[in-house]
Design a binder for this molecule. Structure first.
Ligand code: NHF
Length: 462
C-alpha cells in the first residue's frame, strides 16, 4: 500500500515530543511490512541528522494567491521523506508564534502538490495532531488537487488533544482557499476555527495512541472542550498503542551503558546504577527513583516536587533529568540545593539511557498521558514504573506485576504508591516483576500491524 504521512515533526530531523518519535518510527515499521511510505514534514532551519537534497520549488493555492515552497528529499530506513521549505519554517523554534495556524495551513496546503512532485500517488493519507489536521477537509472540498487525491481515505491520529490549532474562521478558510460557505461545518468550534475539530470531523478515522485515552477523550477532563465532538464521532475513534524502537532502546546493546545487560544477567544494570550514583553523588544503597521527563504540568512534575521530601524520607534517592517550564526548573534547583534530590536540567539523550537503566523505579505522575514512551522504555530496562493510572500508562503497566499504579494525582496518593514500591524493593516479588516487565513486546511491528488493518479496512470500504 502507498501511505502518505504528514506531520509537523519527524525524528531525528525535528522533535519537541513523542509525536516526532512516532512519525520517525511507524513509517519504517510499515515499510518493513512491505508498504511504500512517504513522510512530508516542514524543512526547519535546524534539521538534525541529515540535510535534504533540494529538488526544486512547487506552487500551490494559498491565502487568495499562490505560494511557492522548496522541496527537499531524503531516504531513511526504506522510507522517503520530503521536506517543505519556506521562510515560515526558518525560525528559532518549531512552534510558539502568533501565526502558527497560518504557518501550518501553508504546510498543509502544500502536501498534495509535494507528493505529486515526487510522483507519489497515495492510497491512504495519515495526518497527525492539529498541525496537519486540515488536510482531510482540504481533500474533501478543494477542486484543484493532483489527480490521485480526490476521494482519498484519511486517518487523523491525536497524540495530544490539549493543542488544537485555534484561529479566526474567515481568515482560516481564506488561508486554506476553501469556500466561506464552510464556516458552519466541522471547522467551527466555540465560534472559532479549530483544526483538531475539523480533522476529527472530516477524517475517515480518528485514532489515538492508547485505548484508555480514546475513552478519556470523551470526558471534559481530557477532551479540553472537544469531548462532545469526540462523543459524536466515537464510532470512528480507536486507540492503537505506540511502540518503541527496540534497536535504540535495548539494554543488551546500548552503547550509552557501561555494561550491556539482559533479564538473565543484570550485572550491567547495577553498573549503570553505580555510574549514575557516582556522577551525581547519590547513595547507591538506597533505591533510586528516576524521572526522565519534560518538566511540564502535563507530566505532574509539580506534584512530584511537592512529594519529593516525603519520598526522600521513605528512603528513596530521587534523580530528575529534563528541561521545561522555568518555574518547575527553579523549584528543582532549590530542592537540589536543599539536598532533597539531584537533578540535571538538560535534554541529554545519552544520560537518559543511563538513567533508564540505572534507576530502580521511574516516576511518571502524569495528569494525562495519551500513550507515554518512558514507561515502555523503563520496563524494557527492568526499571519498574511508578505511574498514575491514566491513558497509555494504565494500558501498559499492570499494578504489582510490571510496575506500580496510583489513581489520584496528589502528593498523598503518590507517596502511598511510592511507599508500597519501597516496601517491595529488593524482595523476590520485585525480581519477578522486573523480569515480567522486561519480557514484554512493545515493538513497533505490533502497532504497524494494527494500522495496516485500519488502512485496509478504509480502502475496502471505499
Ligand atoms: O506517547 C506520542 C506521544 C505520546 O503520551 C504521549 C504524548 C504525546 O503526550 O504519541 O504524544
Amino acid at each position: 500500500m502507498r501511505i502518505l504521512f504528514a506531520s509537523s515533526e519527524v525524528y531525528p530531523y525535528s522533535k519537541t515530543g513523542g509525536l516526532a518519535d512516532v512519525v520517525g518510527a511507524l513509517p519504517a515499521a510499515l515499510a518493513r511490512l512491505g508498504h511504500e511510505v512517504l513522510v512530508i514534514s516542514p524543512w526547519y532551519s535546524r534539521l538534525q541528522g541529515g540535510v535534504p537534497l533540494w529538488i526544486g520549488d512547487i506552487e500551490f493555492p494559498f491565502d487568495g494567491g499562490t505560494s511557492a515552497v522548496g522541496v527537499g528529499t531524503l531516504e531513511r530506513d526504506a522510507v522517503r521523506l520530503a521536506f517543505v521549505g519556506h521562510e515560515d519554517f526558518r525560525r528559532d523554534q518549531i512552534y510558539g508564534y502568533p501565526d502558527d495556524v497560518r504557518r501550518f495551513c501553508r504546510f498543509t496546503r502544500a502536501i498534495p502538490q509535494v507528493a505529486a512532485r515526487l510522483g507519489f500517488e497515495p492510497e491512504v493519507i495519515h495526518v497527525h495532531d492539529w498541525h496537519t489536521a486540515y488536510l482531510p477537509m482540504v481533500l474533501r472540498y478543494d477542486r484543484r488537487m493532483p489527480d490521485s487525491f480526490p476521494g482519498l481515505p484519511s486517518v487523523l491520529t491525536i497524540h495530544n488533544a490539549q493543542y488544537q490549532g485555534v484561529s479566526g474562521i474567515d481568515e482560516t478558510l481564506r488561508w486554506l482557499e476553501l469556500s466561506p460557505d464552510l464556516r458552519d461545518s466541522w471547522i467551527e468550534h466555540l465560534g472559532q476555527a479549530n483544526a483538531l475539530n475539523a480533522g476529527s470531523g472530516f477524517a475517515d478515522r480518528i485514532t489515538t495512541v492508547s485505548a484508555s485515552y480514546a475513552q478519556e477523550l470523551l470526558t471534559p477532563e481530557f477532551g479540553y472542550t472537544l469531548e462532545s465532538t469526540f462523543r459524536e464521532l466515537r464510532h470512528k475513534l480507536v486507540g492503537i498503542l505506540n511502540g518503541i524502537d527496540s534497536k535504540v532502546w535495548d539494554p543488551g546493546r546500548d552503547p550509552h551503558l557501561p555494561v550491556p545487560y539482559s533479564a538473565g544477567d543484570l550485572r550491567g544494570k547495577s553498573a549503570a546504577k553505580r555510574a549514575v550514583c557516582e556522577r551525581f553523588g547519590l547513595d547507591p544503597q538506597r533505591p533510586l527513583l528516576g524521572v526522565v521527563s519534560r518538566l511540564a504540568q502535563q507530566k505532574g512534575i509539580d506534584v512530584l516536587l511537592q512529594t519529593a521530601p516525603k519520598l526522600r524520607e521513605q528512603g528513596w534517592s530521587l534523580f530528575v533529568l529534563g528541561t521545561g517550564e522555568s518555574a518547575l526548573e527553579q523549584q528543582l534547583r532549590e530542592l537540589a540545593q536543599g539536598g532533597v534530590l539531584s537533578a540535571e536540567l538538560d535534554y541529554d539523550e545519552s544520560l537518559a539511557h543511563l538513567v533508564y537503566a540505572g534507576s530502580d523505579a521511574l516516576a511518571i505522575p502524569s495528569r494525562f498521558e495519551p500513550c507515554g514512551l518512558s514507561q515502555l522504555i523503563a520496563m524494557r530496562y527492568g526499571t519498574l514504573p511508578l505511574a498514575r493510572a491514566t491513558g497509555g500508562l494504565r494500558d501498559t503497566i499492570s499494578h504489582r506485576q510490571t510496575g506500580f499504579l496510583f489513581s489520584q494525582l496528589n502528593p498523598r496518593a503518590l507517596a502511598t504508591a511510592a511507599q508500597e514500591a519501597h516496601a517491595c524493593y529488593g524482595s523476590p516479588a520485585w525480581a519477578t516483576m522486573m523480569s515480567a516487565a522486561m519480557d514484554q513486546d512493545f515493538s513497533w511491528t505490533r502497532s504497524a500491524l494494527s494500522y495496516e488493518e485500519l488502512y485496509s479496512d478504509l480502502r475496502s470500504n471505499r
